[in-house]
Design a protein around this ligand. Structure first.
Ligand code: HEM
Length: 523
């Protein structure tokens, strides 16, 4: 008797193996045992949570009975915004609260405690551990413990921005003309993919110069890597922990897509590095800075390539969402268009480039960027850390080892005691603060990190790319405002990002109407 079934429209096009009845064997017994154990483990974890016991007397958003917490762990996935606000408002931001999540209960701390935690060493108060946990770093590469790229951003890129940014502005000009349609009349543009390509090219020019920013395979890998890591991590989270090492390598993102991105990165970066080694060439881009800063095994070109991919992961999608959010705010408040154009008109050169020194004088643009990020940050929690040793805070509270902490930058940004009319976009809010009080000069800038400015986190892990971002963001806005008028379609309202746990994800299908302000001049 045939062991296969043949099926198909005419009875013969494809073949399925015939179902074989299970026969008892030691292998089946072992597999069944593993399955039962992992299912029991998984249900138990879901029920009890994966964190240490909760501290008594601390408010738990949604209720502290086991039944309520289990229910609310799932709720955090798409209602994190409301849950974080509820916890914050319970004590006007002055006290601790827990938010249940599928990763267990997270302890949200009042911002005044950041000061005593901000400089703690990583083995005690761990930033990378959070990323590893949320992004399943063991399998997705994200959450690598290398310090080369964050340190090099701080030590080499930020001090040399004036040398790097002119080329980035060239790239932005070219990318705007490549990515956007002619827009001779009002034309719908899917702004998120357009901005992602524009930002990825601009950022790649900073990372590795012209040959990287025009390398299509790299640009695709830089954009796709974050998607694959994100979806790969979500699929892994659905697998019970005990069998993850067995099953994770079978997930397409882990087996194929992420390794493909790594290979594409090596193919893009290594020839550039080798060429420079042969020519003894030093260039002002991040690949050269990484090579200069690297020590020991970090000097291997594969290591440098990995550091470049991880930097792209940290920067590309966050930096693309920010100008989209600002464009939505400006379309919603069109009175700012002329104000911003008037500000940069006196600063840009005849090519539309912002000269060195002029970035700092664009205080209205800086204020609008910061206001937009206050309202629409990329993440609703920042300063997320895992506490590895019991830690007693200055108020006497001992936070147990294993606790996942964070501050709700979103709730702080919407606090009416800090920001009057907090739900309104007041583009000049931060410029007014700077003008009214000289001591706010350093605190109300786009790049400032303090207890009321938390978009970029705080302390030793505060975003090291934000100084580059500030210049890139301004250059993109100037180029777009100079080239196009923009507006919402009739009846369109300001799009809200989607919530996914503590992240705010911008809708890639949103369209904005663009119209060219001046005819295209043949180059
Ligand atoms: C709108 C854009 C961006 C936002 C909202 C953002 C936000 C953040 C936040 C919240 C953190 C964690 C800080 C903390 O918990 O204290 C962070 C870390 C980081 N960011 Fe950004 N970032 C942005 C753009 C960039 C860019 C353009 C780069 C690189 C050029 C970059 C590179 C990094 C790196 C490498 C880290 C890890 C720092 C460490 O390990 O110490 N980011 N960012």
């Amino acid at each position: 008797m045939s062991s296969n079934l043949t099926v198909g429209p005419s009875g013969g096009s494809y073949t399925l193996p015939r179902f074989q009845p299970l026969t008892w064997s030691p292998q089946y017994a072992a597999a069944a045992f593993t399955l039962v154990v992992s299912l029991v483990w998984f249900s138990w974890k879901k029920w009890t949570g994966s964190r240490p016991g909760l501290l008594p007397g601390i408010h738990v958003v949604g209720g502290s009975s086991r039944h309520e917490m289990v229910k609310n762990r799932g709720r955090f996935m798409h209602h994190s915004k409301d849950m974080l606000l509820e916890g914050y408002r319970h004590s006007s931001g002055q006290d601790f609260y827990y938010v249940p999540s599928l990763e267990g209960e997270r302890l949200v701390i009042p911002t005044r405690f950041m000061e005593e935690l901000k400089s703690a060493p990583m083995h005690k108060v761990d930033f990378v551990g959070v990323v590893r946990e949320l992004m399943e770093g063991r399998y997705t590469l994200v959450g690598d413990r290398s310090r080369l790229h964050p340190d090099t951003l701080k030590s080499h890129l930020t001090p040399r921005l004036a040398l790097v940014v002119p080329a980035v502005q060239d790239e932005i000009r070219q990318a705007v003309s490549d990515v956007f349609p002619p827009c001779d009349d009002w034309t719908e543009v899917a702004i998120v993919p357009a901005m992602t390509e524009l930002v990825t090219r601009a950022t790649s020019r900073m990372l590795g110069g012209l040959s990287l920013s025009r390398n299509k395979e790299w640009i695709d890998a830089a954009v796709e890597f974050a998607h694959h890591a994100f979806y790969g991590a979500q699929k892994i989270k659905a697998i019970p922990w005990p069998v993850r090492p067995l099953l994770a390598p079978l997930i397409p993102e882990i087996r194929t897509h992420i390794p493909n991105c790594v290979r594409a990165t090596r193919r893009a970066a290594i020839p550039i590095l080798e060429q420079r080694e042969r020519d003894g060439e030093k260039t002002n881009d991040f690949l050269s800075f990484l090579k200069e800063a690297a020590k020991g095994k970090q000097r291997d070109n594969k290591y440098i390539a990995k550091s470049m991919l991880l930097t792209a992961f940290a920067s590309v999608h966050t930096s693309s969402a920010a100008p989209c959010q600002l464009i939505y705010d400006l379309c919603n408040n069109p009175q700012y268009f002329d104000l911003l154009r008037a500000e940069y008109a006196g600063l840009i050169d005849h090519d539309g480039q912002i000269p060195k020194g002029a970035f700092g004088r664009m205080t209205k643009m800086d204020s609008c960027m910061k206001e937009s990020q206050r309202l629409w940050p990329a993440t609703l929690l920042t300063f997320e850390r895992i506490i590895h040793e019991d830690r007693t805070l200055s108020n006497g509270l001992t936070v147990p080892a294993g606790t996942h902490i964070g501050v709700s930058n979103y709730a702080v940004g919407r606090d009416p005691n800090i920001f009057p009319k907090p739900d309104e976009f007041d583009g000049l809010r931060f410029e007014k603060m700077r003008n009214a009080d000289p001591s706010m000069e350093g605190k109300a800038q786009f790049v400032s990190c303090n207890q009321t400015s938390l978009t970029f986190g705080y302390g030793r892990h505060a975003c090291p790319g934000r100084f580059f971002l500030a210049d890139e963001f301004k250059a993109i806005m100037v180029r777009l405002l100079e080239t196009f008028d923009m507006k919402f379609a009739e009846g369109q309202t300001r799009p809200e990002p989607a919530q996914f746990e503590s992240q705010w994800i911008i809708d890639p299908s949103t369209k904005i109407l663009f119209k060219r302000r001046k005819p295209v001049i043949a180059q």
